[in-house]
Design a protein around this ligand. Sequence first.
Ligand code: IPE
Ligand code: IPE
Ligand code: MG
Length: 241
Amino acid sequence: MPSVVPKHIAIILDGNGRWAKKRMMPRVYGHRHGAFNIEKIAKYASSLGVEVLSLYCFSTENWRRPNDEVNYLMKLPIKYFKRYYNKIVDNDYRILFSGRRTLISEELLKDINNLEENTKDKKGLIINICFDYGSQQEISDAVLKIHHDLLKGVIKEEDVTPNLINHYMYQDLPLVDLMIRTSGEERLSNFMLWQNAYSEFYFTDVLWPDFNEEELDKAILAYNKRNRRFGGLKDETKNNN
Ligand code: IPE
Ligand code: IPE
Ligand code: MG
């Protein structure tokens, strides 16, 4: 068991399409398996004492994919919540959503609102589902909200600090400690540019549907070997969360 458990783990769930292709199946088959892999990882992260798990499930750029795939991805969370709703609510999880809420269907929005409302007092793992999420969009939305609040006098110019900006993000969460991307790609693809300011990056070739408890252990182990300096000097701030 690794000694320091990151408080906030963010994962770019990538490689569903390639996972399906390897099995000569359509891409959506990979998405289905990818979605049903979330429960296992959430359960394990929760057992380790992780406080926040952010999951990148659909990006603002993913609308560029073929209609059939986009339609499937828009319906997948609805199917998923139908199957797991009671389990999620009976658990100690708190569910949050980060992303635009203007383009998704009313049905999905209703599920999102219900889940957020019905888990808002839960004290366990926060699962932050990033859906129709794009970090540049999030930052521009925050800039606009800050601008309005400055005009209305809700906040003053001197209040505008990094802490306040964090508060204007889709969710006011601690910054990411460990950022994992599966499938071998080594880029952020517009994921949490603000929140990843000082996170440790871990890339693995494992495709998301195959990512399991053992793989999460490996990522946390790698994290434990990093020396987090936050601009200070070596060892002083080793892994301080
Ligand atoms: C990640 O898997 C899931 C989403 C982006 C929705 P991909 O669909 O990107 O899978 P690959 O990268 O094509 O294998
Ligand atoms: C990033 O994966 C988005 C999600 C995992 C939801 P993509 O597969 O869309 O990213 P690119 O296009 O390879 O950068
Ligand atoms: Mg991909």
